[in-house]
Design a protein around this ligand. Sequence first.
Ligand code: TXA
Ligand code: MG
Length: 318
Amino acid sequence: MPSLKADSEQIKICADLLENGSLVVFPTETVYGLGADATNGQSVAAIYAAKQRPEFNPLICHVADLDAAMAIGDFNASALQLAKAFWPGPLTLVVPRHKDCPVAPLASAGLDTLAIRVPAHPIAQALLRAFGKPIVAPSANISGQLSPTNCQHVLKSFPDLPVLDGGTTQVGLESTIIGCLEAGVLWLRAGGLSRQDIEQVISDPLIEIEADSDSEPRLAPGRLARHYAPNARLELNCKTIPPENLLLAFGAIDFSHPSALINLSPSEDLQEAAANLFSALHQLDGLAQAGQTISVMPIPNSGLGEAINDRLTRAANS
Ligand code: TXA
Ligand code: MG
């Protein structure tokens, strides 16, 4: 598919595509983003499938302005200082999820925090306003390839997706990511906004969380939960299920189970299973009595199954 001229007609078409659950690529001032309706778990799952990532990395929610951001996240004083100083712009803030946040749990990989960004690019702004809901968007490249700064780069990874053409992006580097959490103001990823700019605005010191050379933040365990960890014990690849265990099922079930069960996908659809994974874990964990185990049925390792199994393995070992 050739790239699309980003006029109001094409932007409306792309907003409708997002509403229907499809993926759309759009420019921001940092890099091009692969966008989906943040509130639609299946669309969020489609992003992970398209990027071919073997694990679920939490995604950034893009919104049009601070008001829209405050509807999905809780902003403390530092978050407000930073948002007012640098939004719209190349800054992402990680804040606690708002209690009424409609963003799908898969978007933040089950974490109770959310990465939020208000991009400045006029095409991103126009798309966000036409769509009217948060858009999750990782950089629009297949995992392991460079972040795209023009349409040609995007089309190398995604030749069949609609791409709104905004020419070459101005910043060319992903957004700087800052955590504004109870632990303080955390430096999570170097990016398009400098450390000095940030330090001039905040009154608290910037806490260093080791930044990685490949621009993926590595969050120090203990300071900030990197992976969702249930309290209940998890047993994976269960072929026989003790009746007293809670059950995380996959595929058609031809037996009756006396304890609570949630089926990730009766039709063995891995995208559906991914969309349901974190909310199912949260729910079963909430139901589990002290000492009760959650049995997980085998899930194939193909496609999104690899990322699902990666997260389940981490959850079982945590
Ligand atoms: O400039 C950008 O930030 C671009 C444009 C498209 O907005 N997006 C981007 O997304 O770089 P991505 O998915 O490539 O990087 C998002 C980073 C990930 O490394 C992820 O770990 C981090 O944000 N992240 C997302 N949610 C988080 C959370 N709740 N806590 C900590 N880190 C989070
Ligand atoms: Mg990326």
